[in-house]
Write a protein that binds this ligand. Structure first.
Ligand code: IPM
Ligand code: MN
Length: 369
């Protein structure tokens, strides 16, 4: 193999830079071991980009992202930038890069490692062996819909407005990804919306059913209201295989699913665009957790979600299945040996630092390669 890939690393804010340092070590090591060249370039996004460029995502950085084979992102946001104008807030950088790269499908797997079973807030038998995949629509819905804004009606009366809107194609393309992925695992898709109160939900349900009937009738499809799904996730999470849902419901349900696995510090994600004429798709990989300002700079953040996001990158962007599996197994082994970071409350708590956890995983990877 003599492949060479350009990776743009955007560590961002809070614990982002700490955990991304560990990812870069893993990427370099995997590159050497598998004789694949990863050209790694770093830049800023979010608050750190605002501090440097006066904007949460500069045009130059966006251009670099468009010219990379994959983007690896840490996290954005923090108190320091709370008082900025809404359009300059760190989160806007993240939303812009998702939108501009047209990364419409956000894959958020919630997988419970066996050694983490006791860290879940649910009973062990409910989460043991849990393996669900949330496919969240990422570039549409209420996050981007127009009209939006805050209208001043006078006399101290204001109205805040956001619009939920979905088109046929926006729903169909994300549904196809969900069916495709389901066909390679449990073969079941649960589509979630609120078609009992929202027209966009009715359209969502109809379009998902359309794709199902015409293209994926071999996959089992069921529909569920999003509030019921939230409830079912804590009642009996193992009933799910793939959940496909809109941008806002997906944001909420994926945090809930993440917590079932013991810690938000464990969950990776992949954001994918459409496959182009060169058989290439734009992609961005980031942990589901945020910038965690409360522990930033302390060196105790869990790097696992970011490292597992890189494993998703190897799988979905570079077809490096073996190396991707290797990372997953290394994480599993390190956790099984009782190594934990502060967010993972367990019995034999040894509380590694970010760098120590990264180091353990790296050693395991080298050992197993
Ligand atoms: C996420 C985050 C983002 C979102 C924020 C930081 C804009 O919560 O990726 O889940 O709401 O999508
Ligand atoms: Mn979120």
């Amino acid at each position: 193999m003599s492949n060479s890939y350009k990776l743009l690393v955007l560590p961002g804010d809070g614990i982002g830079p700490e955990v991304m340092k560990e990812v870069i070590k893993v990427a370099k090591s995997i590159g050497e071991l598998s004789k694949v060249k990863f050209e790694i370039e770093e830049d800023d996004i979010g608050g750190s980009a605002y501090d440097r460029y006066g904007t949460p995502l500069s045009d130059e950085t966006l251009e670099k992202a468009k010219n990379s084979h994959a983007v690896l992102l840490g996290a954005v946001g923090g108190e320091k930038w709370d008082n900025l104008d809404f359009s300059l807030k760190p989160e806007q950088g993240l939303l812009r890069i998702r939108k501009e790269l047209d990364l419409f499908a956000n894959l958020r797997p919630a997988l419970c490692f066996e050694s983490m079973v006791d860290a879940s807030s649910l009973k062990p038998d409910l989460v043991s062996g849990l393996d669900i995949l949330i496919v969240r629509e990422l570039t549409g819905g209420i996050y981007f819909g127009e009209p939006r804004g805050i209208e001043d009606k006078g006399n101290g009366n204001r109205v805040g407005i956001n619009t939920q809107s979905y088109s046929t194609e926006e729903v169909r393309r994300v549904a196809r990804i969900a069916f495709e992925l389901a066909s390679k695992r449990g073969n079941r898709v649960t589509s979630c919306e609120k078609s009992n109160v929202m027209e966009s939900g009715i359209l969502w349900r109809e379009e998902v059913s359309h794709v199902h009937e015409n293209e994926y009738s071999n996959v089992e499809l069921s529909h569920m209201y999003a509030d019921n799904c939230a409830m079912q996730l804590v009642r009996n999470p193992k009933q799910f295989d793939v959940i496909v849902t809109d941008n806002l419901f997906g944001d909420i349900l994926s945090d809930e699913a993440a917590m079932l696995t013991g810690s938000l510090g464990m969950l990776p994600s992949a954001s994918l665009g459409a496959v182009d004429s060169n058989n290439f798709r734009k992609s961005l990989y980031e942990p589901v957790h945020g910038s965690a300002p409360d522990i930033a700079g302390k060196g105790i953040a869990n790097p696992i979600a970011s490292i597992l996001s890189f494993a998703m990158c190897l799988k979905y962007s570079f077809n490096m299945y073996k190396e991707s599996d290797l990372i997953n197994k290394a994480v599993n082994n390190v956790l099984a040996s009782g190594f934990k970071t502060a967010d993972l409350i367990g019995d034999d708590n040894k509380n590694l630092s970010t760098v120590e956890m990264g180091g353990q995983i790296l050693n395991q990877i080298k050992e197993d390669f």
